[in-house]
Design a protein around this ligand. Structure first.
Ligand SMILES: O=C(CO)[C@H](O)[C@H](O)COP(=O)(O)O
Length: 222
């Protein structure tokens, strides 16, 4: 296992060890959180902890089945004890950009519903200022007008295309994903609000409004 993968596993396992018997757990998407789920599956089998997960993507729901993590829904459990997720960039003030996996719409809903938001990363994700392109989920009907407004905010929106599919990536919710570069983001919370105020935007990948309940775990490699 290479050093980055080892760091991701370390972060994921440490997050999974924060979960207590009886908790309802938001399950993010991505390679780091899948290590947390692997460990949760082990704890269910070895310690007999009884937990339920709320998955943020179809891929996470499938992984949960594989690891033996029982699932529930946000309608049955609108308040979660904890949510565990990865991130693409994180600042010292715990603001972040997410959405490489195009799952940030459900990820933000699940994180918002959780009492504690635990973010698992390797040290390559730590930055002083956010500057990655911001993933934005857009209703297909509205993408033209939304892109015009994103440009007027100073962004450069680029449609995310499939790898083994021609044309746009379609999210688990049936929408388009655009990656929109804004350069250095000086006011993440302001930009998060401004993007979401555009009619036709479902959600963007800046997470800047839940820093108080956020715990960042940076994984270590041996
Ligand atoms: O936001 C995400 C998916 O939408 C992921 O959590 C983020 O991209 C981190 O992924 P990984 O742990 O694989 O590096």
């Amino acid at each position: 296992m290479d050093a980055v993968t080892e760091a991701k596993r370390n972060a994921g396992y440490r997050a999974a060890d924060l979960v207590k018997d009886g908790m309802i757990v938001g399950l993010g998407t991505g390679s780091t959180v899948f290590f947390a789920m692997e460990r949760l599956g082990e704890r269910i089998a070895s310690e007999g902890i009884r937990i339920f997960g709320v998955p943020t993507s179809n891929q996470t729901a499938m992984r949960a089945e594989e690891y033996g993590i029982p699932l529930t829904t946000l309608s049955l459990h609108p308040v979660l004890d904890i949510a565990i997720d990865g991130a693409d960039q994180v600042t010292p003030s715990k603001q972040m950009i997410k959405g490489r996996g195009a799952a940030h719409l459900r990820e933000k809903i699940v994180a918002d519903a959780a009492k504690q938001f635990v973010v698992v990363i390797d040290s390559a994700k730590e930055v002083s200022v956010l500057d990655a392109a911001v993933p934005i989920e857009i209703l297909p009907f509205a993408y033209g007008s939304v892109c015009r407004k994103l440009a007027s905010l100073g962004g450069e929106p680029v449609m995310r295309n499939g790898v083994k599919k021609d044309g746009p990536v379609i999210s688990d919710n049936g929408n388009y994903i655009f990656d929109c570069a804004f350069g250095k983001v000086d006011d993440p919370s302001g930009l998060e609000s401004a993007i979401n105020a555009i009619p036709g935007v479902l959600e963007n990948g800046i997470f800047a409004k839940m820093t108080e309940k956020t715990l960042i775990i940076v994984g270590k490699s041996a």
